[in-house]
Write a protein that binds this ligand. Structure first.
Ligand SMILES: *Cc1c(COP(=O)(O)O)cnc(C)c1O
Length: 779
């Protein structure tokens, strides 16, 4: 069985390779080339382990059978407190499938007790003797389960990142008291989505991978994007169904409903795979908490992260970007890789995507979505306890409550965590005082309610030694990984803002920095020039960044050094938004940093001027804000001032799909202009400066008038007149051509609401002023 990327089906690898890689390098997720079909009768009378072996053999057919047998035996042993690994309880007419009897008391153990074994064998199959670093973002349960699964496994280091303040106290303690010399835990400032994003970025950073490879490390992931986690999550659906049938709760062949408390969409995806494999399923119920992005998606076809991230009492479901949804969309769209690619690009760039009606109908054919706000989660826990004496954890309660509200009966409901993990929420639901209780007291009270003995992994947990606390910002993740693994850093990053020159009448003089950035990573290599991640067109000696480096080394009289470049470009090329100036400034700063030399801003600008002669772009690119800059004498000296402006406007950049080369837009300008036009511009430019400093908005429109370049350059911009007409229908304060065009920037009062701005197929970006300028960041 081959595994394909959801974004490029020509990428096809074996299961063990997919398990080692985690995420495909094109950003896609690995999926089996086909989902195998099975007959229900094959599962009759099987134990949990036998069911697992049957399913693993179908998906991991590159693993020798005896290895799979051993893996299943080692994974599902007495770390699970149930002989049957899972348990099934009937509560108020629903069927609760308890998946929390593993060592860390959450359903993540179902897969994470297997994954380490799959990975070790995968390394052996691949002949890989290097060290593997597992990077994992967690909303609480994955972290602990992964730490526990990978602890003390030869050749593997595991680093877990959790959102600070975004996990329950028990979840935090479970991670901080983790044993094992190869386990590391880091708190990240931000929410789970931000943690997941930072981990994904580190994971797919080509320069970081190369640097780590030189130190003998390769990355992998234990997140539910790893196919080695998805497959074990299919097993309990078959096992659960057979148990229901054996108990007479259903007749063999009956279609069932399955309700899953959902976060990253991994668990419910396992159910969907089971359904496609042939498990009789009527419908899946995707249950969410107040972060109900999936409910809306299922109901409307639009997935939008433009909403507040809510911290709830079911933190393992506090997610707005559900990674595994990508695999579901791939399957439900008939494996349409282009559709997936477009949707995921939209999600990344715009924070939303929409699927066609036809796809939406297909989704609704297999799945229903519902969500429960906080008060109803608490109410569900309380009422269920009062009604039947059964204690639901705040995640399971979401699925239970949603199924109830839909009026469904005999639903197979995934119970994903033990209530012990969320003691505070349980006590709140029971309206019991929690303010003063210690962790031990809370656990003791939950024990009384639950009526099941406190698991020994939690006994005395708050008295155990904790590992050293590390709290970092998402931007420090690469540095932190290297510190933990004691890998010496050979790289740094320069972040440079885009710029808009002229600002109406201030031809070649006024400029401002905008919050749109290029990030260039410089990695030291022994000699020569390499490109870690630069498109073919620019991957040569003529690269402007590299040329700027050479020039800088020449100016400061330093020998040239070996460098590998990689570029993440946020600034569109040749659109009048300062992409070349950004490359020049990055090159100069990068060369100086590599040579460990410091220069004043004037010194830096002088070198930059020799490479590209636009003081009104390079100055704000370097120092940020709004600047007046001009070259004096013929020695490329720049004199500049940064204006202390009132930050009272938003800038909407209207970026057309075509380029205009700066040369072309220079050529169209007249050599001479009438005196009255010159006077006109002097007055407007002077007024512009005063307007920006004083905040006197009433002069803005007048200040934006220009006769030096815009009347000529606008002729090169196809659609310019229509755009002006469009602006007239909106409440903009004025507009100007950015630099040499073709981008046009409209100004508006700060935070004025416009709804969606659409003009032809132009890209519209709301940008603010970047006050910071270029920055060098150690990686
Ligand atoms: C991880 C988790 C979930 C969400 O599962 P996904 O596979 O991410 O959708 C729900 N409940 C608990 C307790 C969890 O740990």
């Amino acid at each position: 069985m081959k595994y394909l990327s959801t974004r490029d089906k020509t990428i096809a690898i074996e299961a063990h390779e997919a398990i080692l890689q985690g995420l495909s390098l094109d950003g896609g997720l690995y999926v089996p080339e086909r989902i195998p079909k099975v007959a229900l009768s094959e599962f009759e009378g099987l134990t949990y382990q036998e069911t697992a072996l049957k399913i693993f053999s179908l998906y991991f057919d590159d693993y020798p059978q005896e290895d799979l047998q051993r893996i299943v035996r080692d994974a599902y042993d007495d770390k699970f407190s149930q002989r049957d690994i899972v348990a099934l309880e009937e509560v108020e007419g629903q069927q609760i499938l308890e998946l929390f009897h593993g060592p860390t008391l959450a359903f993540k153990d179902m897969a994470l007790s297997v994954l380490p074994h799959l990975m070790v064998k995968a390394k052996a199959l691949a002949g890989d003797r290097g060290k593997t670093v597992i990077l994992t973002a967690t909303s609480g349960d994955t972290g602990k389960a992964a730490l526990e699964g990978f602890k003390d496994i030869e050749g593997i280091e595991i680093i877990v990142f959790y959102p600070e303040g975004g996990v329950s106290e028990i979840q935090r303690l479970q991670m901080m008291t983790q044993e094992g010399a190869n386990t590391h835990v880091v708190a990240l400032k931000g929410n789970f989505d931000e943690a997941q994003k930072a981990v994904k970025e580190a994971f797919s950073s080509v320069p970081l991978r190369r640097e780590m490879a030189e130190a003998g490390y390769a990355f992998s992931s234990a997140n539910s994007i790893n196919i080695g986690r998805l497959v074990p999550q299919i097993v309990y659906y078959f096992h659960g169904y057979m148990t229901l049938a054996a108990r007479g709760a259903i007749a063999p062949g009956d279609k069932i409903r399955i309700a899953v408390p959902t976060g990253n969409f991994g668990n419910i995806l396992g159910a969907y795979y089971a359904m496609v494999m042939g498990l009789p399923v009527e419908e899946l119920v995707c249950a969410s908490n107040e972060n109900n992005v999936l409910t809306d998606f299922i109901n409307t076809g639009e997935y939008s992260t433009h909403r507040e991230f809510v911290r709830t009492i079911s933190p393992s479901m506090d997610i707005l970007v559900s990674s595994n949804l990508e695999r579901f969309i791939f399957e439900i769209s008939g494996r349409d890789e282009n559709l997936v690619k477009t949707a995921m690009t939209d999600l990344k760039e715009k924070g939303r995507f929409k699927v066609e009606e036809e796809i939406m109908k297909k989704i609704q054919g297999v799945m229903r979505g519902g969500y429960l706000p906080e008060a109803r989660i608490l109410g569900t826990i309380r009422d269920t306890y009062k009604g039947s004496g059964y204690l639901l954890d705040p995640h399971t309660a979401v699925a239970f409550g949603v199924a109830q509200e839909m009026g469904l009966k005999n639903v197979l409901i995934d119970s994903t965590a033990s209530p012990y993990k969320f003691g505070d929420a349980i006590l709140r639901a029971m309206a019991l005082e929690t303010e003063l209780s210690t962790v031990a007291e809370t656990l003791a009270r939950v024990e009384t309610l639950f009526g099941r003995e406190l698991p020994k992994t939690l006994k005395g947990i708050s008295d155990r030694p904790q590992s050293q606390k590390r709290v970092i910002f998402p931007g420090e993740i690469q540095k932190t990984i290297k510190e933990i693994l004691k890998v010496e850093s050979t790289m740094f990053k320069v972040r440079v803002p885009g710029t808009s020159a002229n600002i109406g009448p201030g031809f070649d003089t006024l400029g401002m920095a905008l919050k749109i950035h290029n990030e260039i990573t410089f990695r030291s290599i022994s000699e020569g020039l390499e490109f870690d991640n630069v498109s073919q067109e620019y991957a040569n000696e003529g690269n402007l960044i590299y040329q700027s480096m050479l020039k800088t080394w020449e100016c400061i009289e330093v020998e040239k050094m070996g460098v590998a470049l990689s570029v993440t470009d946020g600034i569109p090329i040749s659109r009048g938004l300062g992409s070349s100036a950004a490359c020049v400034i990055a090159g100069v700063l990068g060369a100086l940093k590599m040579a460990d030399k410091h220069l004043s801003n004037e010194g830096i600008l002088k070198i930059a001027m020799e490479i590209e002669g636009h003081p009104d772009n390079i100055t704000p690119a370097l120092i940020g804000g709004v600047t007046i800059a001009t070259s004096v004498g013929d020695n490329n000296e720049i004199e500049y001032m940064k204006l202390d402006i009132k930050d009272q406007y938003d800038f909407y950049a209207f970026i057309p799909p075509f380029e205009i080369a700066t040369e072309e837009s220079r050529k169209i300008l007249p050599r001479e202009i009438p005196l009255k036009d010159a006077v006109h511009n002097v007055s407007r430019a002077a007024m512009m400066v005063a307007t920006l400093i004083s905040g006197r908005q009433e002069f803005l429109r007048l200040s934006l008038e220009d006769r030096l370049h815009q009347p000529y350059r606008s002729k090169l911009i196809t659609g310019y007149d229509e755009l002006k007409e469009y602006f007239a229908t909106q409440e903009f304060l004025g507009s100007f051509i950015s630099g040499a065009g073709p981008t046009v920037i409209a100004m508006a009062e700060k935070d004025q609401w416009f709804g969606e701005l659409v003009f032809k197929d132009w890209q519209v970006e709301k940008l603010n002023i970047d006050h910071e300028g270029a920055r060098v960041i150690q990686l």
